[in-house]
Design a protein around this ligand. Structure first.
Ligand SMILES: C[S@@+](CC[C@H](N)C(=O)[O-])C[C@H]1O[C@@H](n2cnc3c(N)ncnc32)[C@H](O)[C@@H]1O
Length: 241
């Protein structure tokens, strides 16, 4: 089996690309769409004698993201036994809930705790050390329960750092493969199809291939797309050698 049988990557807008996926085709949608947090950002923070702390997210994050535009297609392509996990933030979780909770039999959430978040320079609030993952599924879903101790809805790691973290292009929200692997191990089986319509530099795909899953990934930024393609080809080659 060659790379293109394990992995389908497309450069373009997922609004159009997702329509090409057949009904009931995907086992696990694991995705990290824009959070629209840029609008809440205070911008770059000047630090005396040092480079300003970059507090901006990215231009793509400023474009309003509307969960309602995506849920019908997610549900159409997801198998009845499938799971849907979406990374999100405090400002979007209600929108995901309003659009998804009544369409699935179960909704839960996970928390990703980042052990080394950016410091709060002015000490006037909490460090932003957690991200939320909205999870939903129907009865009879694929679920590999590990153990009571390991199935807390909490996962912990550092933020993505070198050498895993790419420097060119640098993606502001690259996720660590370790936390994605945990989610994929629980919510899918070997040879299942994992789909990420907002794949950035392809972290979900790297995690999926490393666990012997198939992967479909879309990204509309060409530099991120090429970086994802390169990472995934390397992961595939590593896997078969
Ligand atoms: C939060 S990032 C994902 C980062 C990814 N988890 C990683 O580890 O690299 C969201 C990505 O979605 C892409 N994106 C936003 N809207 C899109 C759309 N309509 N179609 C395809 N990609 C889109 C952005 O360019 C961005 O790279």
């Amino acid at each position: 089996m060659n790379f293109s049988h394990r992995c389908a990557l497309r450069l373009g807008d997922s609004h159009e690309l997702i329509r090409k996926i057949p009904d009931n085709y995907v086992d696990f949608i694991l995705t990290d769409p824009p959070y629209n947090l840029g609008r809440h950002s205070t911008g770059n923070i000047p630090l005396p004698g040092r480079t300003p702390m970059n507090n901006d997210v990215a231009l793509w994050d400023l474009e309003p993201f509307v969960p309602a535009e995506w849920v019908d297609e997610f549900i159409r392509i997801l198998k009845p036994s499938g799971n849907l996990f979406v990374f999100t933030s405090y400002n979007m979780i209600g929108k995901w809930y309003d659009n998804l909770d009544h369409r699935f039999s179960t909704t839960q959430f996970m928390v990703w705790h980042k052990k080394n978040p950016a410091p709060k320079i002015f000490k006037a609030g909490f460090l932003n050390s957690c991200e939320i993952i909205f999870c939903c599924w129907n009865k009879g879903h694929t679920w590999n329960f590990i153990s009571q101790a390991e199935m807390h809805n909490f996962v912990e790691s550092t933020i993505c750092m070198r050498p895993e973290r790419l420097s060119n292009p640098k993606h502001p929200t690259q996720k660590p493969v370790s936390i994605l692997k945990k989610m994929i191990s629980i919510a899918s089986n070997e040879n299942d199809v994992v789909f990420d319509p907002f794949m950035g530099v392809g972290s979900t795909g790297v995690a999926a291939l490393s666990l012997n899953r198939r992967f479909i990934g879309f990204e509309r930024d060409e530099a991120y797309f090429k970086a994802a393609q390169c990472r995934l080809e390397k992961e595939y080659a590593r896997d078969i050698l």
